[in-house]
Structures are given as C-alpha cells and as structure tokens.
Design a protein around this ligand. Structure first.
Ligand code: BGC
Length: 761
C-alpha cells in the first residue's frame, strides 16, 4: 500500500522529493515501525537523532508566509516573513508546520523542501482554520447548530475535510466548542450556542466529520477542539477579557463539549487566550495538566492560540519572552503558534536546565505522533494534490449539501396569519442592505471561501421563479442617501416586502464584541419606514449572534433568522420563503427582549425570589424594572408551516429507579396542511439538590417528520446519568428526589409538563 501511494504520487509530482524522502532517516524509522511493529519505538528512534533545536522547531507553528490575503486580514499581523525565509526555516529544521497557507501548490513546494533538504527530512504539518467549509461554505456553526441536526454538521464537516485535505491541509483549527451565553461576544458565531447538551453533540459530530473514517486517509484532517477553556465566558462579552467563574461552572458548562470532542477522537486542543480566575489558560497547569492529562487522560497535542504564549506578558503573568516560553511550555502547551517563542527560547531554557529535556521530548513526540497518525511520516504528500483540489472544491454535490444545510439552519420565529410561504405570483419588494449583492454571504470566519462564489438573496429568488424588485434602502451601519424614500416607494408598489436586514460580516467573529446586540440604527429606521407603508413585511435577519429585536422588526408579522448561510444563501432562503421547503430550524441561543439582559440563557438559576410565571412583574422579585427576565424567543424556538399539537404525556408510574430507566411518552400531531419536521424537546428541572439547579435543562430531543394530519408517539428514556450535576466536591454526582419535566417545542413554554422521582436503590 505504501509503495502504491508513493508511485501514484511520484507519477503526479515528479520523483525527486519522493526519492529523497524514501532515503531519509524519518522514513527509515517508519520502515522500522513495520519491522518492529511498534510505532512508538520508531518515533523514539527518530527523536533520539534530533538536536534540541530541531525539537524546538517541531514545536513551532507559524502563519504561512504565502497565504491568502484574507488569512492575514483575519489575524493580527505578526512574525510573517517572506516565503523564501520560511522555506529556509523549514530547511533548517526550525519549523514544525504552517497554517492558513495557500493550497496544494504552496504545500507541495514547502513539503518538498522539508523532506528533501532538511537534515532529518521530517514532513511539515499544514494547518488551517476551516471553520464551516473550505471553498464550499456551509452556514456558520451557530447557524448550523440551529438545524438541531448533528448528523448534518457531520456531513458538512466531512465535505469541508474532503475539500481542504485535497489542498494539503492536515490539521483543522476546529471545532470551536466554546459555550457562548453572552450575545455581546462576537465569537458565539463559531460555536453551537448556549446549551451544553447541544454543544456536546455538535462538538462530537464535527470531529467525526473532519476526521472521517481514518486520520491517515487523504481526505481526513485532524480536529482541534478550541479554545480551552471558557473563552466564551469573557466578562461583559468582551473578547479576550477576564474569565472568573467557579470550578463547578467550568466542569458543568464549559468542559463537557471538550470532553465530547475528545471522546469522538479529537487528537489536539488549543489553549484559550483568556485568563481563568487569575491564571492565563496558556500558562495554567491545573487546566492543561491536572484536568486534561491526569483526569481525562488526554494523550494528544496542546497548541497555543495565536501568540497566546506571548500574550502572557501583556496579561502581566510573564516578564518577558523567555519567561513566557517557560511558563507556557511547563504548564502544558506543547506547540507554540505564531510567536516564534519556542524556537527562540526553548534551546537556551533546556541548556540552562530550566526546562527538562524530558518535557521537550514529550512535547516533540506528541507532534511526531500527530504527523504519524495523519500518515505524513509514511507519505508527506498524502493530502497535497492540486488536481484533486481542483476537482472536488465547489462541486455540484457539495453545493447541494450546502443548500440543504442552509435551509435547515433557517429559523422561523413568527408567521402571523400564515403570511409565509409567499406565492411566487406576488409582487415582492426585496428591501435592505442584504437584499442583493456579492457581500456578507459566507460569514466572518472564512479563509478560503468567497462571497463571489455565493448566491445572494435576489438571485436565489429569481432563480426560483419569483418576480422581485431590489432596493438597498440603507447601508449596514450607515444610512444611505435617499435609501428610505426609495424603499418606501418600492414597498408601495409591491404586494409584500421582504426586508433583509441585520449584521454585516465584520459585526461578529473575533474581536467583534458589541455593547448592544441589536439591529443597527439605520436599518431599524428603514424597518420603521417600510412598516409604516402598511404592506405585509417579512423580516429576513442576517446575524452572527442572538439579537434583541424591537419596534417594527419585532412587530413584523413574519420573521426568519438566517445567520450567515454560506455559498447557497439565496437559494436556501428562497426555498423557505416560497415554500419549497418547510422551515425546521430551532434557536441554539435565546433571543432576549432587551440587550441589557446579556448574558441571557434559558438554563439560568431560579434565585431566592423568582418572579411568578407570566409577564406580570411582582414587587421585589427577580426581574428588570420594565421587563420579565425571559426571552422574547427562547432557546429551542422555531416554527414550521403548519401547526403542531402536543399531547398525551405519559410517565408510567413516574418513578425512575436508581439503576433503571423512565420512559417518557408524548404524542405530536401535525394539524396543518403541509408536511413538517418537528423538533420535540425534553427538559428537566431538579427541584431540590445540594447545589442549586437551573430552572430547566435540555436532556434530549427528537426530530419527527409528520405528514399533514399525522400523529406520532415520541419516546425518551431517562436514566440516572441524565440527572448528574457537579456537586459540592466539584465532582459529578446525582441525588434522589423530585424532578419536573417538560416535553415541549422550546424552552420556557409549558407544553406538556409532568414530574417524577429518582428513587434511591
Ligand atoms: C483564533 C483561533 C484561530 C487562530 C489561527 C486566533 O486568533 O483565536 O481560533 O485558530 O487565530 O488562525
């Protein structure tokens, strides 16, 4: 198999690099693997030949000097040299890999130098941020989480890997598994939202998708769970800000998606930028050693975030570069991204016995083991394939999945008077900055995809056969001269207005925190003016976060949340607007009533003075002066074109024996005239425990397809393990007692309510 792989590659790329590789010490070691049957021994042999500097080189990851300009724009500049200078580093064995490079051709040139001209000919590792697609761009992860369909996320991650791996990418800086409960934080767009259960499922699905069947196949890339840990808990939603939360909250809310990613096989993890209760995550041995290695037995690689080690100087945690290197490395960060600190300072730190050689060897072995697991030591050119890259990217099959993923990510918040779907024969005025144009389609964290290859809303509607007029009406954050007058005229001339408003690309993502997650003022003004015309208005929101909707936007009879949907934005929205596909998405984040509720999440605690149920504000109870502290549209909310009834809740004898199971049954009925997919959700509340428990927590959900008039029984099985919480000793525990339970279409609605007891053995 090895020879076959090499001869295929050799035919494709010329034999020179392969001949050199075949004669290299690294390759000889790997042949040894086969002889001795022990990969570990072969890697140790390779390690034994390495100088301290070569080891530090393996621990050094730099932004590719030859990268798309977008990559440079998405990260702060720093340390980038010329491509020739980077090749020289690879030749000298001072570089372990590069990230966000320029595809197969660049990878081929760099890898050829590494395996031909460096002393030990150890292949480079090519990493990238392939967050939601490589060239075919799927919905942003928050949007895709709105599908409540982890299998879909696995499918899109698989395609992302097929495309990216053909361009030579071995290692993906995804999934981002940070729980995000504060809509002010811009990076919630990269994750699966506010809920732990959903977060775990999507983390695992994305890892499986990226990695495929085997890590050493040419269409797989290694996943990297990030950012460890609690990056999403930044105070006040301010990116990079201090995180100071209890160990219990860490363990119960922020850790589980990482554990799910590791259980699914993620071999790497990225340390977060933030400090964690006074200790930067990048220099935090409790986090990176005690929890990760000792408790969880994680054997993979820890990489810093972009200059994360260097940033400990600004944190006031390290005096200088040398100290930052020692702290990060000794705390457990194996590989340094972008500061260049490890190659600069580790050799001297080792020489002066400030860093033990054993630690250097351990970290180096982890990098070598990752390269080996990815098949690179066997064939350094395994993934680098310009022809395959050209063939697979943006293929019609991939675009078809992108369209399906996009329409499944759309959430119908409201549909008064069954305004949607729209008949194609109606005169539709598309109004707003996102009505048309090759902009703001793929989303804020895309290195390789392009708005130019994506289809906008107007084109999607026209392709579907709808007659639309297009009026911009407003800029995204600035008014447009004459825009409102033109929009009002367009609304007057139409039967119905589709108002495409919301956030632009650069309004969410890294470093894009906001004080108020709302529709920008000029667009809100546009919405008010258009609504005043009196025509029915369908609001189509583009967003990278939960928004507090107000005024004419909140009052519109129909509202769709569409996030950033990627390459197939327009056709997907048209599918929903025109009824070719029924909406089935559900909010993975609560939409609050007002921005000042942030951080708002559905599974908050009750407090000692809960406001009575309903909207009335009782004196001296937990609410703001003007509003109840509940969501305008809660987590889990999403309508379809129809009417789904919930009934027939049955809990048997309502006893969950300690070692047994409780079956929860309910019936859902499609009372509408169209086929529908309902996401039936199960929430539980632990009434009394030795640690206070949230008002409710998602424990399971099921997607049920219902024909018009059809009823189906849905069954959930609850076990003791579903009721675990982090107890007084900061360990997972479960206590007998009484629990409330809801089978419902979202959080914060009663639907079917019951109760049961967990009975001690
Ligand atoms: C981000 C990471 C990303 C890295 C490399 C950082 O700014 O926090 O999520 O993987 O850059 O692009």
């Amino acid at each position: 198999m090895l020879n076959k792989a090499i001869s295929r590659r050799a035919a494709l790329m010329g034999v020179g690099a392969f001949t050199a590789w075949a004669a290299s010490p690294a390759r000889a070691m790997l042949q040894g693997v086969a002889r001795r049957g022990s990969p570990a021994a072969a890697l140790h042999d390779l390690l034994a030949r390495m100088t301290v500097e070569e080891k530090a080189g393996q621990l050094t990851l730099m932004a590719a000097a030859w990268g798309p300009s977008k990559a440079a724009a998405l990260n702060p500049p720093g340390g980038n040299t010329s491509f020739d200078a980077q090749l020289a580093e690879a030749r000298a064995g001072r570089l372990g890999g590069v990230f966000n490079g320029a595809g197969a051709e660049m990878a081929r040139r760099m890898q050829t130098v590494a395996v031909r001209e460096s002393r030990l000919r150890i292949p480079l590792l090519f990493a990238a941020d392939v967050i939601h697609g490589f060239r075919t761009i799927f919905p942003v992860p928050l949007g895709e989480a709105a599908s409540w369909d982890p299998a879909l996320a696995e499918r899109t991650a698989r395609i992302a890997a097929v495309e990216a791996a053909a361009a030579g990418i071995d290692w993906n800086f995804a999934p981002m598994v940070d729980i995000a409960r504060d809509a002010r934080w811009g990076r919630g767009v990269e994750g699966a939202g506010e809920d732990v259960h959903l977060g775990r499922l999507f983390a695992a699905a994305r890892v499986r998708g990226f990695q495929g069947r085997a890590l050493d196949s040419n269409d797989a890339m290694a996943a990297c769970a990030k950012h460890f840990a609690a990056y999403g808990a930044a105070e006040a939603g301010l990116d990079y800000n201090t995180v100071d939360i209890s160990e219990r909250t860490l363990r119960e809310i922020y850790f589980p998606p990482f554990q799910a990613a590791f259980d699914a096989g993620a071999p790497t993890v990225m340390a977060a930028f933030n400090e964690l209760s006074g200790i930067p995550a990048t220099g935090n041995p409790w986090l990176l050693k005690q929890v990760l290695r000792e408790e969880w037995d994680f054997g993979g690689l820890v990489v810093s975030d972009y200059t994360g080690d260097e940033e400990m100087i600004a944190h006031g945690f390290a005096a200088d570069a040398r100290e930052a290197t020692r702290i990060a490395f000794m705390a457990g960060v194996d590989m340094s991204m972008q500061s260049g600190f490890y190659i600069r300072h580790l050799p001297d730190l080792v020489a002066k016995n400030e860093v033990p050689v054993a630690r250097l060897n351990e970290a180096t072995l982890r990098v070598l083991a990752l390269k080996d697991a990815l098949g690179l030591l066997e064939n350094p050119f395994l993934r680098i394939d310009p022809r395959r890259e050209r063939r697979v990217v943006l293929s019609p099959a991939h675009r078809a999945v992108a369209r399906d993923a996009a329409r499944r990510s759309i959430v119908l918040l409201k549909n008064e008077g069954a305004l949607l779907p729209l008949a194609k024969s109606r005169r539709i005025a598309l109004v707003g900055p996102f009505a048309a144009g090759q902009h703001d389609l793929v989303g804020p964290w895309v290195v390789y995809g392009d708005d130019a290859q994506a289809i906008d809303l107007a084109a999607g509607m026209r392709r579907a056969g709808a007659a639309v007029t297009v009026t911009e009406g407003s800029g995204i954050e600035e008014p447009l001269a004459g825009g409102i007058a033109a929009a009002v005229a367009a609304a007057r001339a139409a039967d119905v207005v589709v108002l495409a408003i919301g956030e632009g690309t650069r309004m969410s993502g890294e470093a894009q925190s906001v004080t108020a997650p709302v529709i920008p003022a000029p667009q809100q003004a546009l919405a008010e003016a258009v609504a005043a015309v009196g025509k029915p208005v369908v609001v189509v929101i583009k967003n990278g976060r939960a928004l507090a909707l107000a005024g004419a936007v909140a009052d519109a009879p129909a509202i769709l949340v569409t996030w950033f949907l990627g390459t197939e934005t327009g056709p997907a929205i048209a599918d929903i607007l025109l009824g070719d596909h029924a909406p089935s998405g559900r909010l993975p984040v609560s939409f609050p009533r007002e921005p000042g509720q942030a951080p708002y999440y559905y599974d908050h605690k009750r407090t000692g003075r809960p406001n009575p149920p309903g909207d009335a504000l009782a004196e001296y109870k937990t609410h703001y002066r003007s509003i109840p502290n509940s969501a305008l549209y809660p987590f889990g909310h999403g309508l379809t074109y129809g009417d789904i009834g919930y009934g027939g809740l049955s809990l048997g004898d309502a006893r969950l024996p300690w070692n047994g199971a409780l079956t929860v049954r309910a019936t859902v009925t499609n009372r509408g005239r169209r086929a529908a997919e309902e996401v039936v959700q199960l929430y539980v509340h632990d009434r009394t425990a030795s640690v206070t428990r949230p008002v409710q927590q998602l424990k399971g959900f099921q997607r049920v397809a219902l024909r018009p008039g059809e009823s189906k029984e849905v069954r959930f099985t609850l076990r003791r393990e579903d009721l675990l919480f982090v107890g007084t000793e900061n360990r997972w525990t479960v206590e007998p007692g009484a629990f409330d339970l809801w089978v419902a279409p979202s959080a914060e609605v009663e639907a079917l309510k019951g109760s049961f007891a967990l009975v001690a053995a």
